[in-house]
Ligand binder design. Structure first.
Ligand code: ASP
Length: 310
């Protein structure tokens, strides 16, 4: 089986002058993940490596550089899901974890639970040798400046509506056909403390099933949760016969693309929300769709070349 990788750096109103930063982040994610896969490594290592690289990019809303919540703190969410076992590891509202995707993997591999939040998740990190970081190290100057501008409730609503996002995610398939997906985010700007969106919720911001496909979502979490978008995409990939008929007749080239398009249409029509998703079918064919002005994503084409959007 040929290895395959797709990553994203979020869907939203990415301004023209920030597009290069998002591209740089996506490239770093692809490079980190592809280094693992191209040497015959495991999909789980590739997704973790790609997402760590994306979390480390200060332009993206994950790890360092995340949006601040209403109280001026970073609270991070992440999930990693194994498509073979259907086991996921997720963490939410953690404040002292530099790379939450690493902690999500620890939950996946070392816990009998699937999701840990807040102080308990950080306790689990310490118990398993992951060092806690100073929360201030996750805050960039530009995130702090944005926060100052959006401190009033009205301004916060406006900022969320403008949706410059930057959630990150990756889906990989390795040579053995193992499929893994992951998502990591700082959530929405100016969110209420304790708010958790779609990103770390199994089936909402992420899903992987090696008999169907892998998915990572981004966008307005409260809308994505309503339609359980990642699981919806997996179900459509498993049985594309239920795709809206017109998509099959004169729709996009691949079923994977038709599924991605259908999910975004349902997100708009049924949940009145905007967003995007990347996915990969069980043969490793990648696709992406979004309804926001832009989405930053990239994949490795069959010749090994990186294709990066925008
Ligand atoms: N989906 C994320 C959340 O609602 C935000 C994003 O993707 O930009 O937390």
């Amino acid at each position: 089986m040929r290895a395959s990788l797709i990553v994203h750096g979020g869907a939203g109103n990415i301004p023209e002058n920030a597009a290069a930063d998002f591209r740089r982040g996506v490239r770093a994610g692809l490079e980190a993940g592809w280094e693992v896969l191209s040497q015959g490594g495991a999909a789980i290592d590739a997704v973790e490596a790609a997402i760590v690289a994306l979390e480390e990019d200060p332009a993206l809303d994950a790890g360092v550089g995340s949006h601040l919540n209403r109280d001026g703190h970073v609270q991070l969410d992440a999930i990693l899901m194994d498509g073979v076992t259907l086991k996921a590891g997720a963490v939410a509202a953690v404040e002292r974890i530099r790379n939450p995707i690493r902690l999500a993997r620890m939950v996946l591999e070392k816990s009998e639970h699937m999701m840990l939040v807040g102080a308990g998740a950080e306790q689990f990190a310490t118990e398993h040798g992951l060092r806690l970081c100073d929360p201030e190290k996750l805050v960039t100057d530009s995130a702090r400046q944005e926060w100052r501008k959006t401190r009033t409730k009205r301004a916060t609503k406006e900022a969320v509506a403008q949706e410059p996002c930057g959630t990150v995610g990756a889906v990989a398939m390795d040579e053995r056909g193992n499929l893994v997906a992951g998502t990591s985010t700082g959530g929405t700007r100016g969110k209420h403390p304790g708010r958790v969106g779609d990103s770390p919720l199994i089936g909402c911001g992420c899903y992987a099933d090696s008999k169907a496909g892998g998915i990572s979502c981004t966008g307005y979490g409260e809308g994505i949760m309503k339609i359980v978008m990642a699981k919806m995409a997996a179900d459509l990939l498993r049985d594309p016969r239920v795709l809206p008929a017109h998509r099959k007749k004169r729709g996009p080239a691949t079923i994977a693309q038709a599924v991605a398009d259908a999910c975004i249409r349902i997100l708009e029509r049924r949940a009145h929300a905007t967003g995007g998703l990347i996915l990969m079918d069980r043969e490793g064919r990648p696709a992406a769709a979004y309804s926001t002005p832009r989405m930053a994503y990239g994949y490795v084409d069959p010749s090994g070349r990186f294709v990066i959007v925008p």
